[in-house]
Ligand binder design. Sequence first.
Ligand SMILES: NC(=O)c1ccc[n+]([C@@H]2O[C@H](COP(=O)([O-])OP(=O)(O)OC[C@H]3O[C@@H](n4cnc5c(N)ncnc54)[C@H](OP(=O)(O)O)[C@@H]3O)[C@@H](O)[C@H]2O)c1
Length: 293
Amino acid sequence: MRIALIGAMGQLGGDLLPRLQAAGHDVRSLGHADIEITNAENSAAVLEPLQPDLVINTAAYNLVDKAEDEPDAAMAVNGLGPQLLARLAEKHGWRLMHISTDYVFGDVTRPTPTPFVESDLAIPSGRYGLSKLTGEKFVQANCSRHFVVRTCGLYGIAALRGAGKGNFVETMLRLGRDRKQLRVVNDQLCTPTSTADLADSLVKLITTDAFGLYHATNSGSMTWCEFAREIFRLAKLDVEVIPITTAEFGSNAKRPNYSVLDCSKIESVIGRKLPDWRDALARYLVSRQSVGT
Ligand SMILES: NC(=O)c1ccc[n+]([C@@H]2O[C@H](COP(=O)([O-])OP(=O)(O)OC[C@H]3O[C@@H](n4cnc5c(N)ncnc54)[C@H](OP(=O)(O)O)[C@@H]3O)[C@@H](O)[C@H]2O)c1
């Protein structure tokens, strides 16, 4: 397949590129310097000469807290950009894969919540989530052959080369080298996910015609506090992790208290379960050694 990969310098793009190439696809890798997805003329000028079979959009405005102060910037990249790409894809008969987020879901009030399925009503609590939900809807409404894939808390080795906003694992490792104690939020349940594992699943999904909305994360769930403890245990760093509430942490954006995603739909299409989060984290910590940390 001829594939245009947008966001190629990002965490997910960085893990998708070699896997797509290894699967035999002819990939044109597009970083931000190559394409501006908020600009219709530019996107058309870059993509039309390529005439790809599939466009994969991993580009996003990912600054969750900053989006509260600059919602228009978030909406331009996460909402309007995907709309432009979807219209272009439909016009030319290209397939479009677009990546979204668990933050399309807001707080859960049920005492024993169960993982969200794709048909659950999404009501985001922050501007980032709203912009991403808008992008999903634009893609669904404008491109008939789409894959929209929601994921959560991505970490990939491209962050070591300065991609995007970095990731939680790298932040913990950096802080953990200097401090003996860290306070980490313990009342948000979700499933941080390795971009390597997500990329493996997406490479399988694009070989199907099973278009639609998907949830794709590593298996299991944890709080950020539990995740931090596992990072330090595996990295053999002696850091005491003190559980705190979201209110005590006091971030600008409201994040969901529960955003675990049920991934059985994608798992039935690609024929396998996504790996457990502990296993994914352990492999990430090994793989990051090879990029000279
Ligand atoms: N990171 C997470 O924790 C997380 C969680 C859930 C879902 N997601 C979703 O997963 C996808 C991949 O995330 P990621 O962590 O791989 O992102 P990332 O590392 O931040 O990479 C995104 C890439 O998109 C580029 N980009 C930003 N704005 C652009 C624009 N207007 N036009 C063209 N390119 C642009 C960025 O380039 P510059 O940096 O040069 O601007 C960056 O290289 C995104 O859709 C994101 O919303 C991420």
